[in-house]
Design a protein around this ligand. Structure first.
Ligand SMILES: [Zn+2]
Length: 277
């Protein structure tokens, strides 16, 4: 079942929602006991005002404190403003999935992982979420995973590959985001491949149809974004995904990886751009 249905106006923002990352979705503010969670502008259906009449959750306000909601009220305010659950927010912005069938499953027995620890922990256990770590449904499955070494060695059989494709591994996510980007427009669209430094201290690369729009949704986090190539939609999606795979699915890199990025980028664009999957 889809979380954001095709008939929903927000469906066209899926690729933007998929570009959020876990670490940019929560923040600790002075005076709050727990973290605050960010509600992306693209999801807001109705604005929310606090009891003193000030707007708290909005469609487009860019100030730092807008759309950040304490973890105590996130469930209620997310329901009022977006008609979504915290779990669905996590699916869209951290796992980058829009189908509840794609939710994380135990890699050993296939049981769906528990959702009961809140946004910071995500699925499976109370530890903070880590997309590079395979969580299991139980201690016995976790032991089997270690014994089978499934997490360390390449998957051979097709059925296992199919199963892994539905998971949240960096490779599966990269593939899903690539296919979503392709499906959200016309193959002949003119797409910009850009790089930028961010105020949060990263070197970031990405693709977009409208760079002005991208800067807007990233809450002004970009410092001097620069277009380094213009391509059609499909080539842009293939190129971005193939570079992400070189960085374990990441598009936010350490500034020390900048030269590695440009080396890879140059080698990719001097050859025909193909589907990396
Ligand atoms: Zn299991």
């Amino acid at each position: 079942m889809k979380i954001i249905k095709e008939s929903d106006n927000r469906y066209k923002y899926l690729s933007k929602l998929f570009s959020y990352k876990y670490s940019s979705m929560y923040k600790y503010f002075p005076g709050y006991t727990g973290p605050c969670i960010f509600i992306p502008f693209e999801l807001v259906l109705s604005e929310y005002e606090t009891c003193d009449g000030s707007t708290k959750v909005s469609f487009n306000k860019l100030e730092d404190y807008y759309n950040w909601v304490s973890c105590k009220s996130i469930k209620r305010i997310l329901d009022i403003t977006c008609r979504l659950t915290v779990q669905e927010l996590f699916d869209l912005t951290v796992l980058h999935i829009n189908d509840i069938d794609d939710r994380p499953k135990c890699p050993i027995c296939g049981t769906s992982l528990d959702w009961r620890y809140g946004f910071i922990s995500g699925y499976g256990s109370a530890d903070p979420w880590n997309s590079h770590e395979q969580k299991c449904c139980s201690i016995s499955c976790a032991n089997s995973l270690v014994l089978s070494n499934l997490d360390k060695y390449p998957i051979k059989s097709r059925s296992q590959q199919k199963f892994y494709d539905s998971q949240w591994t960096p490779i599966a996510l990269t593939k899903r985001m690539m296919n979503t980007f392709i499906s959200l427009g016309d193959p002949t669209d003119e797409i910009f491949f850009y790089v930028t430094y961010t105020k949060s201290g990263y070197f970031k690369f990405g693709i977009t149809k409208d760079l002005g729009d991208r800067i807007h949704i990233d809450r002004g986090d970009y410092i001097h974004p620069r277009i380094i190539k213009t391509l059609d939609r499909i080539s842009a999606a293939y190129l971005e995904a193939s570079i992400k795979l070189e960085f374990n699915g990441e598009e936010y890199l350490s500034p020390t990886e900048t030269s590695k990025f440009f080396k890879i980028f140059k080698s990719k664009i001097t050859k025909p751009i193909v589907n990396p999957f």
